[in-house]
Design a protein around this ligand. Structure first.
Ligand SMILES: Cc1cc2nc3c(=O)[nH]c(=O)nc-3n(C[C@H](O)[C@H](O)[C@H](O)COP(=O)(O)OP(=O)(O)OC[C@H]3O[C@@H](n4cnc5c(N)ncnc54)[C@H](O)[C@@H]3O)c2cc1C
Length: 454
């Protein structure tokens, strides 16, 4: 048996949770047992609603749905006001219905508003195309967990990342333009201070320096960060790197889509998709083409599941600390970057086999120990997140139209590099859709024609 419950916090906000031992969980909330929990700083708390559910899957589903509800709707549930609950549900349904009706015939239906769907809809709008985005606002989608880093080098040998010069030349001005249009700061240039975790890694860095590798530098003053960090084998510097403010980029674009009536916030149900002579029908939307930008969901999609996805789970921790310079990105095995004043992101791990997409105790313990050894200042963990990257075996994106179903396309497979790949390939896909421009062969799904035709 599982309990889904709602607590009222001392700042009047609501917290929705799920447990298989309600008494113990309430005690944990009340005593502040989990310092990183949302309720920790908002005690005292009051249990205002609870329901018992038999299966974990149903309980999970209900918890997720309530978490997405408005405050008004949560209060109708707490007050057992069924009429109001129905009214609010119908209101949302009617708004959605009206939006669908109003859309009638559109050029493109886009599924997913992660970083891929954001950029694709941005470029389609610039090209004056009509479109609708459907996104279910999944709280732990990859784009909502990522740090937003773009590094020009990669791997243990610190080699130049694939096509990085072309990507940087395109994406940096693209993010800046996006930010200017929406009035937000989207991207910041920072260098990466790479603390060598072992003598072997120092050697690898020094070897690359000897080869005059682009982007790598050796700062003279190796004591520069000794006030903030413990390190035994020195550090190198990677410059330039960039940090994309992903949460602001996606939230500003979500608001813009909503205000332009271009976004439906709901689950897309693939069994309701029909292909017609002129395009596709979905419920009462008629579109010339549908493009899937739905991250890991595409690995289950009947049209694209044959693509060689190699989904990969990653976790990250948010912690508070003082005394870490926010002027750089830091790395020692893991990446560390400032999110806002005194709040930092550290991650990540790469798991190819995983039972679910939840944060693991093992990562939390390892990261906590790593921070204890690495940082000079005390720290406090405030959140722990996990997500699954839409990665693939080749480490190249999946872009283009299906070789058989010409009205069905995909922009996906961004792996660990969504921030640099998504804008570039969203633009290529837009030009391909509008004027038939070629997509880069390494990214075009044409390379999988044989397996997609099976
Ligand atoms: C811990 C971690 C750290 C990372 N750090 C970085 C980094 O620093 N830099 C970097 O470049 N990349 C990073 N990545 C990788 C990056 O997150 C991904 O490459 C990128 O976010 C993929 O974006 P996407 O839009 O293709 O997919 P997603 O972000 O998964 O977006 C898919 C969207 O589709 C929606 N959706 C899915 N199914 C449905 C459905 N049935 N109905 C309606 N909507 C649906 C989801 O809600 C979501 O909004 C990181 C990933 C992880 C996990």
């Amino acid at each position: 048996m599982y309990a889904v419950y709602i607590l009222k916090c001392n700042d009047n906000s609501y917290y929705t949770g799920l447990t298989n031992d309600l008494d113990k969980r309430i005690w944990q909330h009340d005593t502040g047992f989990f310092p990183e929990c949302y309720t920790f700083k908002r005690r005292p708390l009051k249990l205002v609603w609870v329901t018992i559910i038999e299966t974990a899957a149903e309980a999970n589903n209900l918890e997720r749905r309530i978490k997405g509800w408005s405050r008004e709707k949560k209060e109708a549930l707490i007050n057992d006001d069924i009429e109001e609950l129905k009214r609010l549900s119908n209101y949302k349904k009617k708004t959605h219905e009206a939006l669908r009706q109003a859309q009638g015939q559109i050029d493109y239906l886009i599924i997913g508003q992660g970083i891929s769907g954001t950029w694709l809809s941005y470029y389609l709008q610039k090209a004056n195309k009509t479109f609708l985005v459907i996104d279910n606002n999944q709280l732990n989608s990859a784009s909502r967990i990522a740090a937003g880093l773009i590094s020009p080098v990669t791997g243990r040998r610190i080699v130049k990342a694939w096509m990085i010069n072309e990507f940087l030349a395109f994406v940096v001005p693209a993010y800046e333009e996006f930010g200017n249009e929406l009035g937000i700061k989207t991207i910041e240039q920072k260098s990466l201070i790479d603390f060598h975790p072992t003598p072997q890694m120092k050697l690898a860095f020094d070897e690359r320096l000897k080869e005059n590798a682009e982007f790598l530098f050796q700062p003279k003053d190796q004591q520069l960060y000794a006030g903030s960090f413990n390190y035994d084998f020195g550090f190198g510097e990677v410059d330039p790197c960039y940090v994309v403010n992903l949460s602001d980029v996606m939230e500003a674009w979500r608001k813009k889509l909503l205000s332009d009536n271009h976004l439906l916030e709901e689950d897309f149900e693939i069994d309701k998709l029909q292909q017609t002579e002129k395009g596709v029908n979905y419920k009462n939307i008629k579109a010339e083409k549908i493009i899937f930008c739905d991250g890991i969901s595409s690995a289950q999609n009947p049209f694209f599941k044959a693509l060689p996805f190699a989904l990969n789970k990653g976790e990250a921790i948010l912690f508070e600390s003082a005394g870490i310079p926010s002027t750089h990105i830091f790395k020692k095995g893991m990446m560390l970057t400032a999110v806002q004043d005194d709040l930092y992101w550290i991650g990540s791990n790469y798991l190819w086999e995983f039972p679910d997409d939840r944060p693991t105790e093992q990562f939390r313990r390892q990261t906590e120990l790593h921070l204890k050894n690495w940082l000079k200042a005390p720290f406090r963990i405030v959140d722990h997140k996990a997500s699954v990257r839409p990665a693939n075996i080749e480490r190249r994106p999946f872009v283009g139209l299906h070789p058989v179903y010409k009205n069905i396309g995909i922009l996906n497979g961004m792996g660990t590099k969504g921030c640099s790949l998504a804008p570039f390939f969203a633009r290529q896909l837009t030009e391909h859709l509008i004027s038939g421009e070629e997509i880069l062969p390494e990214a075009d799904i044409k390379r999988f024609t044989r397996i997609l035709m099976r």
